[in-house]
Ligand binder design. Structure first.
Ligand SMILES: Cc1ncc(COP(=O)(O)O)c(C=O)c1O
Length: 335
């Protein structure tokens, strides 16, 4: 039977996402710009790949056994990915999450059968109630529990090295010239970057950093400066994440929230791609980059997650206005 068509369960549908050419938001650049549709994974994001990989790694090393518990400090897509795997494989999930997170995010994880432990937002990172410390305490006190630990788990970049990277190489028939991604944990860019560079060392791997994150400056100067808050979710950092391998990155591009959100909305209206703000951020950088490239450039971006989580933010005109983001730049004749 054709396993690409018939799956034993939904986990078989993780990965092998389409790569789609962007036609209108590219505003007439010569080279080709593509988006890899990671939002089409069953849990709605690129994190489905690492959810499965981290659980399988924990099963393999014996830490996670039948009826075991998966713990992670997460409010986002990684939680959904882990909860989905846990539902299929019969594990329990416990997630710790700061109380600033929306009720929808809690309900989403609970819908998959996960338990969510809410912790105070305003506590220092070493406080026992900080959500990361609390997650470790739960692991220490719960028999059969493991921490997924996406920021330091080698199964995270490995999942992208073994799946996302080879898919991009095959789907572009080895013609990819530039790959752009953000770094939340760094897993995507490190794993894909390493794979693509092994196939063709001249492929350029570029990180996209939200204005306010410290990664570009760290790459350029080796110093950690103080970051400042930004609204785009899922990528950028105030420190260098453990899963990020700077060695495979050829440079960083900074994009601000406003540019990211305008491009996010254009992706939905002009390309039919209903994605989150980080996808807009990465595509904005890709289009700017492609302006200076010639016609044989093949630029591949990651469209990280589904737009549903951002309905009351980026896709809400009132929220955009209240937060000072212009929506005027959306060309009316293209809507
Ligand atoms: C929403 C979202 N999820 C996941 C990722 C990938 O992050 P990571 O570096 O953890 O692989 C990104 C960034 O590209 C993102 O924006």
């Amino acid at each position: 039977m054709n396993r690409d068509v018939l799956h034993n369960n939904i986990l078989g549908a993780v990965g092998r996402t389409p790569v789609v050419k962007l036609n209108r938001v590219t505003d007439g650049v010569d080279g080709l710009v593509y988006g890899k549709c990671e939002f089409m994974n069953p849990g709605g994001s690129v994190k489905d790949r690492i959810g499965l990989a981290m659980v399988e790694a924990a099963e393999k090393d014996g830490g996670l056994r039948k009826g075991g518990v998966i713990v992670e400090a997460t409010s986002g897509n990684t939680g959904v990915a882990l909860a989905l795997v846990a539902a299929i494989r019969g594990y329990k999930c416990i997630f710790t999450m700061p109380d600033k997170m929306s009720r929808e995010k809690v309900k989403l994880l609970e819908s998959f059968g996960a338990e969510v432990v809410i912790t105070p937002t305003d506590v220092p990172p070493d406080h026992p109630d900080h959500y990361t410390v609390r997650a470790q305490t739960i692991v220490d006190q719960t028999p059969g529990a493991v921490l997924a630990n996406q920021f330091f788990n080698p199964a995270n970049p490995r999942a992208h090295y073994e799946s996302t990277g080879p898919e991009i190489w095959e789907q572009t028939e080895g013609r990819v010239t530039h790959f752009l991604a953000g770094a939340g944990t760094g897993g995507t860019i490190s794993g894909v970057g390493r794979y693509l560079k092994e196939q063709n060392p001249s492929v350029k791997i570029l990180g996209v950093d939200p204005k306010g994150s410290v990664l570009k400056n760290f790459y350029d100067t080796g110093e950690i400066i103080e970051g400042h808050p930004y609204k785009v979710e899922g990528l950028g950092s105030d420190n260098v994440p453990g899963s990020l391998d700077m060695e495979v990155v050829d440079g960083w591009i900074t994009v601000d929230d406003s540019q990211a959100f305008q491009m996010t909305r254009r992706l939905a209206r002009e390309e039919g791609l209903f994605v989150g703000g980080s996808s807009g951020l990465i595509v904005h950088a890709a289009v700017e980059l492609a302006r200076d490239l010639d016609s044989d450039a093949v630029v591949v971006t990651i469209l990280c997650d589904w737009g549903e989580h951002y309905m009351t933010k980026i896709y809400d005109d009132e929220w955009m206005r209240l937060n000072g983001f212009s929506i005027e730049a959306e060309a009316p004749e293209k809507q």
